[in-house]
Design a binder for this molecule. Structure first.
Ligand SMILES: NC(=O)N[C@@H](CC(=O)O)C(=O)O
Ligand SMILES: [Zn+2]
Ligand SMILES: [Zn+2]
Length: 361
């Protein structure tokens, strides 16, 4: 097997032992799953983040406020002892979501976004929206109540090259949608291209984007280094280096429209190492260490706090956290796998060494 050691960039800019203290960060795009997998991953996220926007793509999907409230209870029950982690719930938009469901979600105070999965775009998206014209009533209610629309921004037409699906979504779906609903508050999730970063930076109105650690650290070569690397496969798929550079520029620019969303998306090892492997990278274990590595490589560690701890809360109109988290420049070996039940989970960059450790909170 070829070594993966060259994968994580090797910045070596900051002396060992340096510490970086941030306001406690939040994760604005996270998959926690359910049952045994929820049990396995929640402890990792709860150590790193105070709050997270929890994605609703369970089977069956979280389509109602009642389901979101019940899911929230399961998450709270799975927290490690003493944890004050707070799940921020989302609803899964379908062709049939009624306006009243949006009003109920808003009134609950527990649902903070509604998620648009174009049907078939990604993991567990088959109940997603087939055509936005079916979602008009829900979108109007979202616009009226200020509920955030969180978007998986890829077209699903198989004729379109997979590397072009994000740009095509912006041009053909997002721009017309925002023209029809100018007051809609939108987060374009897990952006992967220069086109998306330019669009979010330059267009007017209430729009922001989340950026994952893996899209800041890797380009598409990572999927094919010496052979096929399923643990680097996610959607939207990693892109060319020039896109990675644009994302790193955006994340480290200090522009409040760009903030942290890990898109940590755990799948059992066997479900990724398969004929038709699942999309998703597991970064819940070491998200902040990965982001710190990317920001350090860009020479912009001082911009990490805004990105990780301020801008997302501001966009979601939630108070910024109190308390702090400290990262220390200290080598830390990423485990090659993690047990959960009878199965295992492979974190991003298994077996590699990161230069940062979460020291204390
Ligand atoms: N990002 C992924 O590759 N996978 C996510 C779904 C998603 O966020 O699109 C998952 O739920 O596994
Ligand atoms: Zn997605
Ligand atoms: Zn996701």
């Amino acid at each position: 097997m070829p070594t993966l050691a060259h994968h994580v960039p090797d910045p070596a800019q900051v002396p060992a032992g340096t510490t970086l203290t941030l306001t406690r960060p939040d994760d604005w795009h996270l998959h926690l799953r359910d049952d045994a997998l929820l049990q396995a991953v929640l402890q990792h996220t709860a150590k790193q983040f105070r709050r997270a926007i929890v994605m609703p793509n369970l089977r069956p999907p979280v389509t109602t406020t009642a389901l979101a409230v019940a899911y929230r209870e399961r998450i709270l029950a799975a927290r490690p002892a003493g944890s004050d982690f707070e799940p921020l719930m989302t609803l899964y938009l379908t062709d049939k979501t009624p306006a009243e469901e949006i009003q109920r979600a808003k009134a609950s105070g527990l649902v903070h976004a509604v998620k648009l999965y174009p049907a078939g775009a990604t993991t567990n998206s088959d109940s997603g929206v087939t055509d936005l014209k079916h979602a008009c009533a829900a979108l109007e209610a979202m616009q009226a109540t200020g509920m955030v629309l969180a978007v998986h921004g890829e077209v699903t037409d198989r004729q379109i090259d997979i590397f072009d699906r994000e740009k095509m979504f912006i041009d053909n779906i997002l721009i017309p949608l925002r023209r029809d609903f100018p007051g809609l508050r939108v987060v374009l999730e897990h952006i992967t291209t220069r086109d998306a970063a330019d669009y979010v930076r330059d267009s007017g109105g209430d729009i922001a984007a989340t950026i994952t650690a893996h899209h800041l650290l890797y380009n598409r070569n990572a999927i094919f280094t010496g052979g096929l690397r399923p643990h680097y496969y996610c959607l939207p798929v990693l892109k060319r280096e020039r896109h990675r550079q644009a994302l790193l520029d955006a994340a480290t620019s200090g522009d409040a429209r760009f903030f942290l969303g890990t898109d940590s998306a755990p799948h059992a090892r066997g479900d990724k190492e398969a004929d038709c492997g699942c999309a998703g990278c597991y970064t819940g274990l070491h998200a902040l260490e990965l982001y710190a590595t990317a920001f350090e490589a860009a020479g912009r560690l001082q911009r990490l706090e805004g990105f990780a701890s301020h801008f997302g809360a501001d966009f979601y109109r939630l108070p910024r956290n109190t308390g702090t988290l400290t990262l220390r420049k200290q080598d830390w070996a990423i485990p090659s796998e993690l047990p959960y039940g009878e199965r295992t989970l492979v974190p991003l960059a298994p077996g590699e060494t990161l230069g940062w450790t979460v020291a204390l909170r």
